[in-house]
Design a protein around this ligand. Structure first.
Ligand code: FMN
Length: 331
């Protein structure tokens, strides 16, 4: 989960007996190397490293201007001058440079969001013996991933927190819940299917297994774990009634992602036509976020969360993991 965790959460999950994931979408090569070294120092169990693999967009000047116009009142309110402030960090797709770093570590599993990398890069990853996973949000995406070399497919239901992994369509009317998506993907493909989205209890784990899942992928339930780097503002939103109100929004990055509804989502509309293509929307929102957060305010913060935040309590990741593992074994 990029932005809310590092090697510590991944290692704790691995040590408890599940497959922990290191998010690499916001790491340059040096930071990725440092995180992998730190992860290996904490666990000798298999782990997953996750990358985004979107095609970098061509900037669209008119859309950028419309976006800055939409945000201008907030810049004025916060006393920020758009000409003089530095913009936020972006998200970079999996690259040859990242593969150079990864090669020395040969992770047991490498997962991708937004499709798969180029055939050459994918072949490199597979040549190390890494198992390749990627998210599908429709049956068509699952069939595409299977045909293009994914070893297992994550069926990401609409309940899931964070970015939708959608990559063959940007039409959000195609996005369905886990209960609808999972059995359809299980029926359509031959590779193992991992259920994701809204799973936060033993009953949820059992339901996914009954519907044919070979494993479950859990995000939101770890957001308040001791090992996550989730901010205090984000943690308090997750543990409040606000967490009952989530929506898909493209305001923070340009791609639809599920988060807790906050002021900017209410005022601009969660899905906004002016938001630049992923990941360009991030840059102009970041200064507003930083200024508001400095005053303890989450009006411009992406409060990523799935629809089921019922498990968001402060706890050790090992305890959360062991509960889910025993639920899986008992189901
Ligand atoms: C805060 C947050 C950040 C996420 N970041 C990533 C990411 O970097 N890469 C990715 O493949 N999925 C990411 N996801 C999606 C998860 O992999 C997974 O699909 C989702 O958490 C499962 O649904 P749940 O949140 O209801 O458990 C993120 C989810 C959350 C909540």
């Amino acid at each position: 989960m990029a932005g809310v965790q590092n090697h510590r959460l991944a290692a704790a999950v691995c040590q408890a007996g599940a497959l922990g994931s290191l998010p690499a979408a916001m790491l340059g090569p040096d930071a990725l190397h440092a995180e992998l070294i730190a992860l290996q120092a904490l666990t000798d169990r298999p782990f997953n490293v996750n990358f985004f693999c979107h095609a970098p967009p061509t900037p669209d000047a008119a859309r950028q201007q419309a976006w800055q116009h939409a945000l201008a009142p907030y810049y004025r309110e916060q006393g920020l001058d758009p000409e003089t402030i530095s913009k936020g960090p972006g998200r970079v797709p999996f690259s040859a440079e990242a593969a150079d770093v990864l090669e020395a570590f040969r992770p047991a599993v490498v997962s991708f969001h937004f499709g798969l990398p180029s055939p050459e890069l994918l072949a490199r990853v597979k040549s190390w013996g890494s198992l390749v996973l990627s998210s599908a949000t429709t049956v068509n995406e699952a069939l595409w991933l299977q045909a293009h070399g994914a070893d297992a497919i994550i069926a990401q239901g609409l309940e899931a927190g964070g970015h939708r992994g959608m990559f063959l369509t940007d039409d959000i009317t195609t996005q369905v819940g886990t209960l609808a998506l999972l059995p359809q993907i299980v029926q359509a493909v031959q590779v193992p299917v991992i259920a994701a989205g809204g799973i936060a209890s033993a009953a949820g784990v059992a339901a996914a297994k009954a519907l044919g899942a070979a494993a479950v992928q859990i995000g939101t339930a770890y957001l308040c774990s001791h090992e996550a780097t989730t901010s205090a503002l984000h943690r308090s939103a997750l543990q409040s009634n606000a967490a009952q109100h989530t929506a898909l929004t493209n305001l923070f990055t340009g791609r639809p992602a599920r988060g807790i509804v906050n002021r900017v989502m209410r005022e601009l509309g969660a899905m906004c036509a002016q938001a630049p293509a992923f990941p360009l929307a991030t840059a102009d929102m970041a200064p507003l976020r930083a200024a508001a957060e400095a005053q303890g305010c989450s009006d411009f913060t992406p409060l990523w969360a799935g629809q089921n935040a019922s498990r968001c309590q402060a706890a050790a990741a090992a305890d959360i993991t062991r509960d889910f593992l025993s639920a899986w074994r008992a189901a």
